[in-house]
Design a protein around this ligand. Sequence first.
Ligand SMILES: C[S@@+](CC[C@H](N)C(=O)[O-])C[C@H]1O[C@@H](n2cnc3c(N)ncnc32)[C@H](O)[C@@H]1O
Length: 186
Amino acid sequence: MDKIKEYETAFEMYLDIPKDAVGAEIGVCKGWNAIQLFHITKPTKLYLCDVWRERHPNACLIEAPHLWEDDHRVLVGKLFEREIASNTVELHREYGGNFLYGLENDSLDWVYIDACHDYKSVKVELENALYKVKKGGLIMGHDYVTNCQVWKAGVIRAVNEFIQAGKIKMIGISLEKFPSYMCEVL
Ligand SMILES: C[S@@+](CC[C@H](N)C(=O)[O-])C[C@H]1O[C@@H](n2cnc3c(N)ncnc32)[C@H](O)[C@@H]1O
């Protein structure tokens, strides 16, 4: 059985993402993690997808929605102004599942999912990501942990069910309070 690699932090994990590749982050918010992904992995193309909507009553991240769900598209647009102009970065204001569905099959080398963490949303994103990330590519995400008030076991259930179905293999996990996971597409 292959060992699952432990990383101190998600940023250390990002060092193992192939460089000069095509990647996507689903759930970008203010672009803080997108900056790390961009500068560590130096992608030839980075898709950044978020609904960037105003807060709404059904927001799943109810603990501090003002931190996550305001309209930060303009801010992210400024952060990546040069890269957007050179077509290296593309912003997509869309639901993660829909965005992934619209991509060409096998067009991504990796994806990092950190959007709505409820079971159904993560499941749809993983299902679509499986077609879009090449075999041997990476499906990663944040908050591989239970949260009894907000997303319950949504992320863990969805990811583990895909592992059990033999579609992805867990190859890395970060040792943070809110861990990131790294899976290889089989
Ligand atoms: C936890 S924040 C992302 C934080 C970001 N990855 C970072 O670390 O800098 C979650 C984001 O997901 C977005 N979001 C929520 N549901 C979504 C969905 N179904 N599709 C795309 N984005 C979604 C929210 O607007 C919010 O900005």
